[in-house]
Ligand binder design. Structure first.
Ligand SMILES: *[C@@H]1O[C@H](CO)[C@@H](O)[C@H](O)[C@H]1NC(C)=O
Ligand SMILES: *[C@@H]1O[C@H](CO)[C@@H](O)[C@H](O)[C@H]1NC(C)=O
Ligand SMILES: *[C@@H]1O[C@H](CO)[C@@H](O)[C@H](O)[C@H]1NC(C)=O
Ligand SMILES: *[C@@H]1O[C@H](CO)[C@@H](O)[C@H](O)[C@H]1NC(C)=O
Ligand SMILES: *[C@@H]1O[C@H](CO)[C@@H](O)[C@H](O)[C@H]1NC(C)=O
Ligand SMILES: *[C@@H]1O[C@H](CO)[C@@H](O)[C@H](O)[C@H]1NC(C)=O
Length: 862
């Protein structure tokens, strides 16, 4: 699904509350198959259980392999890290009910599998004769979308057969072509499609009951990403609509309040989840402004095809007919002359939806579907406004849903060519290249990152329309202008900050913030950072959040606030803390995050921890591994390397399941880019964790984070602060003290007494060696986060093995050692740093040990 699109992204990834089983609607015939999974199957990041596929495969001449590389954007290994390769035609056969409609979802991760390179893969897929894909290249499609993996969703009309046969056929037009698949889902669904009007043809309708669909877009308009386990039983994903809005006229977003109850009445809940109906986008409070523009969404589609647009509405604010009436245009044709949501739904807070079928012609430039809303003054409504809560766009056909492979844009191709040239010139491995270029956070997030990049690099005229000169067909993602006001017409600040953040994530009013935190009551304070105080809060009737409130006087606060929104709204990862939204009003600025129930890593190591709940060695390793994954993702997962700059145990938070999440991106920087190797910057960070090389040269690379993380590792081992000025001089700095002991072979002496002697010796050695490498004086001697991760996992594996002889023994080969010596990346930096050192000597001002010392003497940090 979402194939040609500028997929949007989970700008604000809500927490995965609890993992609901996927099959509750489809008694008995729901299949969730991971290709090549072992017998016991596996769980994905939403907690859904996938089972092996071999039982349903009718031919046996296929192979299964593990992907050679795990893209950091893959949220879980299942189903993407294993694939089935078909070198000849092969089919899956599933028992189905002939009178029922089904979802069929196909998952592709175009990585190298053994000797099979996805660039050689071209194939077609049919389902009982219906063409789903032909001459399909997952690799080209992913490249064009700048994603690492691809999910396609189809809705199959009743097939009048008790077997569904899904056939994969490698193309005969390409030498050595093969087909592959990573996962396949088949889920029975309610038949909620019917007759729909054909837009542009008066009074004509199309019966969509017998039609097959391909999901192109599914958006929670004015709301946030909804993951499969929060859908109303059909495991759909709903995305934020912001990237699809044309121009800067984004209207305003609305959220139903507690008092504004939503009642489905006779509508089945499976149509769309409550979160779709409880958020909406409307035009704003100013009649004249609204009359002057169309609230418009644009979707990139395959030309010469029929599309079904399903619009979801729910009016929970007004209660009388004709308070709001608006026109709906699809591709400049009038689909509705006067839409009155209350008239359709029959009441306030009652959801409803409307379907429209439209033919998209095959003329140059006609590969787009425009949806536009405009007030309908003819009916003299009380307010000139329009409203939309959700939209789904399906491609419709009864025999053929396949389309051509998208064409990666010239800019993207050029960029990759340059990277490749650079890479071969500098002998950087292909793996590294893939990791830096193909990452797509959470599947689609990269697009979000690109939005940011494009936004920074281009000076745009506010409100202007930039055709696809951006890397992807994205429209109007200018974060300037826009009438940000609440539905009541009260206008809030339109400074650059809110304009920038607008649409990236949820906006909270100051009122809501006060309500959530009992007016910032001191009893709700859970932390104090460089930015200001952090409060515990409750939003949406019981959803726990952490609210970071800035100190209004602090200039640094404003910048960090901005950096944090920019970084976090672009990044989604299991091991990064999630930003839910922000507030900026009356000189108040707040950031709203997921609440991390178990607090900081530090408080479980020493500060404030009771002896009884001291962490075991295994727990410490797991927390370190989680945090390392988050940092690894920052360093390699997005298009540009992101350097955290303030890695420390108080910025590693733990959720209720002890999952470690990296937080506090206020000091983060993007870079270094491939040509520079470093970012020059004023030194910031926290003493005790600060990379000495960075301090000396003021050049930042991701190895500075590795240094700080090395200090975190020693903290986990020794359970003492990174700096403790009350100790004798040689012991003040943990990094130095640990290194001193490590070299003398006395590290055992400074290990946390509560775990001393309970650690597997192999595990300890592995861990200490890795930590020692991290705090090497020179950046290029430190491992990459990736190598470090392998070593930490190796250490955990050794600990688990010794822990219990009954523990499942992991596949040894999976944990073969990775050397911490120079890899391609380190070598690359080595050369660059030599060059740069020459250039930098003269302006290196802080090369003064006295300065360093005086700052270390004051360990309060920034
Ligand atoms: C709709 O009209 C706009 C200008 O009003 C034009 O740019 C666009 O191409 C039209 N779209 C279609 C599908 O005709
Ligand atoms: C809104 O869209 C319709 C249909 O494309 C077009 O005729 C109309 O001129 C647009 N109105 C404005 C204000 O752009
Ligand atoms: C289905 O697709 C085929 C091939 O692209 C096309 O000829 C046919 O008109 C389509 N049918 C509908 C109903 O769109
Ligand atoms: C298959 O797709 C590739 C890449 O889009 C294209 O270059 C080629 O012409 C296509 N082949 C056929 C037979 O359609
Ligand atoms: C680093 O520089 C040396 C000497 O200039 C050169 O031989 C070597 O190939 C360079 N390494 C890389 C990775 O560019
Ligand atoms: C917004 O940013 C521009 C340049 O980025 C700056 O000139 C302008 O003063 C800023 N406006 C406000 C209200 O901060």
């Amino acid at each position: 699904m979402h194939t040609r699109a500028s997929l949007l992204l989970l700008f604000c990834f809500p927490v995965l509350l609890n993992a609901a089983p996927s099959s509750d609607n489809a008694a008995g015939d729901s299949f969730l198959l991971g290709c090549g999974l072992a017998k016991e199957g596996g769980k994905d990041s939403d907690g859904r259980q996938w089972t092996p596929d071999d039982k349903y495969l009718s031919e046996t001449n296929s192979l299964t392999f593990k992907a050679s590389f795990q893209d950091p954007s893959l949220l879980s290994e299942v189903p993407y890290m294993t694939a089935r390769i078909f070198t000849a035609e092969a089919s899956y056969k599933f028992p189905i009910q002939g009178d029922k409609r089904y979802w069929l979802r196909l998952h592709f991760y175009p990585s190298v599998y053994n000797t099979y390179d996805p660039v050689n893969s071209y194939f077609s897929v049919t389902a009982n004769g219906l063409k789903l894909l032909s001459n399909f290249s997952a690799s080209i499609t992913c490249q064009a979308l700048s994603q690492a993996y691809l999910d396609r969703e189809y809705s199959l009309a009743p097939l009048d057969s008790d077997t569904l046969t899904v056939t994969f056929t490698p193309s005969d037009k390409h030498d050595g072509a093969f087909a592959f698949l990573n996962g396949i889902q088949l889920i029975q669904m309610p038949d909620f499609f019917d007759e729909a009007p054909l837009v542009g043809f008066d009074d004509q309708t199309m019966d969509t009951k017998t039609m097959h669909f391909q999901t192109m877009f599914r958006l929670n308009v004015g709301g946030q990403y909804i993951p499969p386990n929060e859908d109303s039983g059909l495991t759909r994903m709903w995305y934020d609509d912001r990237p699809y809005i044309y121009g800067s006229a984004t209207g305003v977003t609305n959220q139903a309040t507690k008092e504004e109850k939503i009642d489905y009445k006779t509508l089945p809940k499976s149509i769309a989840p409550l979160n779709v109906y409880s958020s909406s986008r409307s035009m704003g409070g100013d009649k004249n402004v609204n009359m002057g523009y169309n609230l418009t969404w644009i979707f990139q589609v395959d030309p010469d095809s029929m599309y079904l647009a399903r619009l979801h509405f729910c009016e929970y604010h007004y209660s009388r007919l004709n308070q709001i009436a608006f026109k709906i245009y699809i591709n400049n044709l009038t689909a509705e002359t006067s839409a009155d949501v209350l008239g359709w739904s029959g009441g306030k807070g009652v959801p409803t939806y409307k379907d429209y079928v439209i033919y998209v012609k095959d003329e140059p430039g006609d590969d787009k579907l425009w949806l536009a809303l405009h007030p309908a003054p003819e009916t003299k409504p009380e307010f000139y406004d329009a409203l939309l809560n959700g939209v789904e766009v399906f491609k419709v056909n009864d025999t053929d849903l396949s389309g051509a492979n998208p064409q990666p844009s010239d800019m993207l191709v050029n960029h990759e060519r340059k990277e490749k040239a650079f890479q071969s010139k500098h002998g950087i491995s292909r793996t590294f290249f893939i990791s830096s270029a193909a990452g797509g956070a959470a599947g689609f997030a990269l697009v979000a990152a690109i939005i940011g990049v494009a936004h920074h690099n281009r000076k745009r005229v506010p409100g202007s329309y930039t055709p696809s000169s951006s890397w992807l067909p994205l429209y109007g993602h200018s974060h300037t202008a826009g009438t940000k006001s609440s539905r009541s017409g009260k206008s809030v600040g339109t400074s650059n900050l809110s304009a920038m953040a607008q649409g990236l994530c949820r906006y909270f009013s100051l009122q809501e913030m006060k309500h959530a935190t009992k007016s910032f009551d001191e009893s709700n304070v859970i932390g104090v950072g460089g930015f200001g105080k952090v409060y515990k809060g409750v939003i949406d009737n019981g959803f726990k959040v952490a609210v970071k409130r800035s100190n209004p006087q602090s200039e640094q606060g404003v910048n960090e606030f901005q950096t944090e929104i920019e970084m976090l709204s672009k990044l989604r990862h299991k091991h990064l803390v999630s930003l839910i939204g922000f507030c900026e009003e009356e000189n108040e600025m707040c950031l709203v995050y997921d609440y991390m129930a178990l607090g900081t890593m530090r408080e479980h190591l020493y500060k404030g921890s009771k002896p009884l709940d001291m962490l075991t060695w295994k727990q410490r390793l797991e927390i370190c591994i989680g945090a390392a994954r988050g940092l690894h993702y920052l360093h390699t997962g997005a298009k540009y390397t992101i350097i955290h700059r303030d890695v420390k145990t108080t910025n590693i938070l733990l959720d209720e399941n002890w999952v470690a999440k990296v937080s506090d991106f206020g000091l983060s920087k993007t870079g270094p880019n491939m040509n520079q190797g470093h970012v020059s910057t004023v030194v910031k960070g926290s003493f005790g964790y600060l990379d000495p090389e960075y301090f000396r040269r003021q050049q930042l690379t991701e190895k500075s984070d590795v240094y700080s993380f090395g200090v975190v590792l020693f903290e986990a081992l020794c359970a003492r602060p990174a700096l403790n000025p009350t100790l004798p001089k040689e012991q003040v700095s943990l990094a130095e003290w640990a290194m001193y002991n490590k070299r003398r072979g006395t590290l055992e002496d400074i290990i946390d007494p509560s775990i001393k002697g309970k650690i597997n010796p192999g595990s300890l050695t592995k861990f200490a060696d890795a930590a020692e490498k991290c705090v090497s004086d020179l950046g290029f001697e430190r491992p990459s986060m990736n190598d470090l991760l392998w070593n930490l996992e190796f250490a955990l594996n050794l600990e688990l093995k010794s822990d219990s002889s009954t523990a499942p023994s992991q596949d040894e080969s999976e944990f073969s050692e990775v050397t911490l010596e120079n890899n391609g990346m380190a070598a690359h930096y080595k050369n660059l740093s030599i060059e740069n050192e020459k250039g930098l000597r003269q302006d290196s001002i802080n090369d003064n040990p006295a300065v360093v010392f005086s700052q270390i003497g004051n360990p309060t940090g920034r």
